[in-house]
Design a protein around this ligand. Structure first.
Ligand code: MSP
Length: 644
């Protein structure tokens, strides 16, 4: 059976400058949708590109004393590098300076002119160069561009005009008959009101600069940049050049665009297509803007966030996850480092990373690294399995609605439930009882199987992490062959699968440290470090070897600082049958007062050592990550009790 097709586009970006995190946001959303659709079995065509003509770019090139094409070549290369680093899976990258595009633009300009919908007239209007838009006097706000608030210039020229007014009623009717055409609804209402206010004919050529596609029959003129830019969507789909491809993918399923350019996509673009007799796209979706710590990004404010630097620091999947999870598609969203680090630590390191790490560790510890389904089930398993199934169906429904954020939340609810399942089934307790071995194996199987499903569901958002989880679970083969259907079926992880031998933690925790920068101001910096080692790197010991350590509970009777050593404390401890002196390097973590009365765990048959002239007989045990330290204690046990 032929696959259903799905065509999605991003805006084509202006190569007037490098892209920032806001641009990366839009492309990441489109990529997540494209990847989801591929997973769901669609034949996807995902397009992005660059919008390279216009006065602004010509001026920038002049400032740098290079040709416009040399100027854009360099910046477009940086776009392509960014998309590669972010693992964007576009099928085509269109540049408006390409021959295939110039041919289409000239042909459609000619066709619309020939049918009388483009005509020549003289024109005077207010032009906003950064927006490449002409405004009427009455449309200005305080004499400035109503879109960006920057100054406009009065330009008078002889131009070609596109008879938009002729299509006003048809466009309105189309929008009213197709409630899903413009989304979200708030944008749709704005557009309806705009059209009802009356469509002016649009100036579609310029003579004041020449960095553009020449009007074929009047080469003093270049085609207006929006007429040129919007046409990219049909050029890349094969209009004029590849009939079969065009029939296959057009009309586009979604043009994903920022909220400020919905108007161009839902008014000018449909009218161009109507004039050409080409079907209209199915949907124009206007997403919100990313602001930084509550503020619009701008070079003058110096708050422009470079996505390449962020990816280098935190990794592509992490940035993708943050953008997709933190922001509701139709709304503006905030970017902050604190929010990013919080998400990494809580959702990625704690929830997902720990679930995987704990599961693999237990499979190693309790079953030699093999996942074995023994089918010794209990009611609690049904709860987990039905939640997994329900998660896949609500995830699918939400993704179809472009509720990416909602779909991610569903997956994380399943992850939390699964972490809780570990606590509720208590594999450590089961492992103590050989009679419960098969129950233990079933619990471990259920954990690994849930992770297999989670990996599939997160693959559109985190394309690097998903295959990593798969291979850590011991699943071999090409991850691109994985389908959404495989997430719907419980039990596809083959019993007997050998999981990875030394799985690395997939998301290191990020520690935020605050330090004095010398000017009395606290400066935060981030340190990425691995919290826990995966499977022990130290050689195994037998139970008999372990039994050689005499570990006991000891009560601290007295504690004092060791003179001249700021890390050491001298402890006097009671072992029930005797008292001992121990020198311990915990002075940075505990005061003597805190220690007195504590029941700590110590190794009593450690060879005595002289530390700072004091004989230390034994050692207290503590958990430490190299910075933080907490003593191992046994509060309710009498001194001398054996620890094993
Ligand atoms: N070249 C036109 C689009 C032509 S499409 C036929 C253009 N280019 S742009 O580079 O200025 O912007 C491209 C997209 O980036 C727009 O959709 C815009 O909304 C988006 N964004 C720019 N800044 C943004 C944020 N801060 N946040 C989210 N998206 C942002 O317009």
């Amino acid at each position: 059976m032929e696959k259903q097709t799905f065509y999605i586009t991003t805006p084509i970006y202006y190569p007037s400058d490098r892209l920032h995190i806001g641009h990366a946001y839009c492309t990441t959303v489109a990529d997540a949708i494209a990847r989801y659709k591929r997973l769901a079995g669609f034949d996807v065509f995902f397009l992005t590109g660059s919008d390279e003509h216009g006065q602004k770019i010509q001026r920038k090139a002049q400032e740098e004393q290079v040709t416009p094409i040399a100027y854009v070549d360099k910046i477009v290369a940086s776009f392509q590098n960014l998309w590669q680093k972010l693992h964007i899976s576009h099928d085509d990258f269109i540049r408006t300076t390409e021959k295939r595009h110039r041919e289409v633009v000239q042909a459609i300009f000619q066709k619309i002119y020939d049918q009388g919908d483009i005509y020549k007239a003289s024109y005077e209007g207010w032009y906003c160069t950064p927006c490449e838009t002409f405004w009427l006097e009455r449309q200005l706000e305080d004499g400035k561009c109503p879109d960006c608030g920057r100054p406009v210039e009065l330009l008078g020229e002889e131009s070609y005009f596109f008879r938009m007014s002729k299509y006003q009623d048809r466009l309105l009717q189309f929008i009213e008959e197709n409630p899903d055409f413009i989304q979200p609804t708030s944008r749709r209402n704005e557009m309806i009101n705009f059209i009802k206010g009356g469509l002016e004919d649009l100036c579609v050529s310029r003579t004041t600069f020449d960095w553009g596609i020449p009007v074929p029959f009047d080469p003093k003129h270049v085609v207006y940049v929006w007429f040129d830019a919007l046409t990219n969507y049909i050029t890349a789909a094969g209009y004029m050049h590849d009939r079969e491809k065009f029939a296959k993918y057009w009309p586009a399923d979604i043009h994903l665009v920022g909220k400020e350019i919905v108007r161009f996509h839902s008014i000018i673009w449909p009218v161009i297509l109507m004039a050409l007799g080409v079907p209209l796209p199915k949907k124009v979706y206007g997403h919100g803007w990313l602001v930084v710590e509550g503020d619009k990004m701008s070079k003058s404010k110096g708050n422009v966030i470079d996505p390449v630097a962020l990816i280098d620091e935190f990794g592509a999947d992490t940035i993708r996850y943050f953008l997709l999870r933190e922001i509701n598609l139709g709304m503006d969203g905030n970017f902050s480092r604190d929010a990013l680090i919080n998400r990494i630590n809580s959702d990625l390191a704690n929830d997902l990373g720990n679930l995987l790490h704990r599961t693999l560790n237990m499979i190693h510890r309790f079953n030699g690294g093999v996942v074995q389904n023994s089918h010794v089930t209990e009611a609690i398993d049904d709860g987990l399995i039905s939640l997994a199934k329900q998660t896949v169906s609500s995830y699918q429904a939400m993704m179809e609605q472009l509720d990416i954020n909602g779909a991610i939340k569903e997956v994380w609810a399943l992850i939390s439930r699964t972490n809780k399942y570990i606590d509720e089934t208590g594999p450590w307790a089961l492992a103590k009882d050989p009679a419960k071995k098969e129950r233990l194996d079933t619990v471990l199987y259920n954990l690994a199987e849930t992770l297999r499903i989670v990996a599939i569901l997160i693959s559109p958002f985190m394309p690097l992490t998903a295959p990593k989880i798969y291979s850590q679970l011991g699943l071999v083969g090409d991850f691109t062959e994985v389908t959404l259907e495989m997430a719907k079926e419980w039990g596809l992880l083959p019993s007997g699968t050998q999981v990875a031998a030394h799985p690395e933690p997939i998301f290191p925790r990020i520690e935020i440290k605050t330090a004095d920068n010398g000017a009395g101001k606290a400066a935060a910096h981030v340190e990425v470090k691995k919290t826990v080692e995966a499977v022990p790197a130290i050689p195994e010991v037998t139970i008999d070897e372990f039994a050689k350590l005499d570990l006991r509970v000891a009560k601290v009777l007295a504690a004092e600082k060791v003179k001249g050593a700021d890390k050491l404390l001298l402890l006097t401890v009671d072992l029930g049958s005797e008292q001992r002196s121990i020198v311990s390097g915990i002075a940075k973590h505990y005061t003597p007062e805190e220690l007195v009365g504590k029941n700590v765990v110590m190794i009593v048959n450690l060879k005595p050592a002289k530390i700072r002239g004091i004989e230390s007989r034994g050692m207290v045990l503590a958990a430490s990550d190299g910075e933080k330290l907490t003593l191992a204690t046994a509060p309710d046990m009498p001194p001398g009790s054996k620890v094993k």
